[in-house]
Write a protein that binds this ligand. Structure first.
Ligand code: F42
Length: 144
């Protein structure tokens, strides 16, 4: 099977973070505002291309939580739609690379628990939720 083409993010700061994170094998470029970041590699729902998205590292009882906050923007980030269409993703956490499925968190109790973990890991998520009318979606990722 041939590998899908990789299309870097159009946002320069994001593209640079992905490049540094990967080229250093996860040893550099792995934080934002001093807090840890993971790198999610996924598939574009229309292009089928490989996409790479850095997100804050949120882990609750071994489950990674992927928070589609996009700074409290009014629309969901594009990667949210990609993950719904193609849930098979890779998560890089520093030097560790894990494959698995991203599952949208829908259960309200689970959501409350994982949201609390997310805000604890990265407090600005709470401000982002206040800034937007959408309910910020989250995916749960359990490594295979
Ligand atoms: N974003 C978050 O939402 N949560 C975080 O915790 C977070 C942390 C973070 C840490 C470091 C960092 O560098 C960035 C961080 N970001 C975080 C920003 C995040 O990495 C994304 O840049 C942001 O969420 C926006 O995601 P996006 O998927 O909307 O990205 C835009 C800029 C983008 O790449 N758009 C592409 C484009 O060309 O416009 C779309 C690419 C794409 O996936 N296309 C699809 C395809 O088929 O290939 C089709 C899209 C469609 O449905 O039409």
């Amino acid at each position: 099977m041939t590998e899908a083409e990789y299309i870097p993010s159009p946002a320069e700061w994001v593209r640079n973070q992905v490049e540094l994170y990967e080229s250093s094998g996860g040893r550099e470029g792995n934080t934002l505002r001093g807090l840890p970041v993971v790198l999610v590699t996924h598939t574009g729902r229309h292009t089928g291309a490989t996409r790479k998205t850095p997100l804050m590292r949120v882990v609750s009882d071994g489950t990674y939580v992927l928070v589609a906050s996009m700074g409290g923007a009014p629309e969901h980030p594009v990667w949210y739609h990609n993950l719904l269409a193609h849930p098979e993703v890779t998560v890089r956490d520093g030097t560790e690379v894990m494959r698995g499925r991203a599952r949208l968190v829908e259960d309200s109790e689970e959501r409350a628990r994982l949201w609390a973990a997310a805000v604890e890991a990265f407090p600005p998520y709470a401000e982002y939720q206040e800034k937007t009318e959408r309910v910020i979606p989250m995916f749960a990722f359990d490594p295979e």
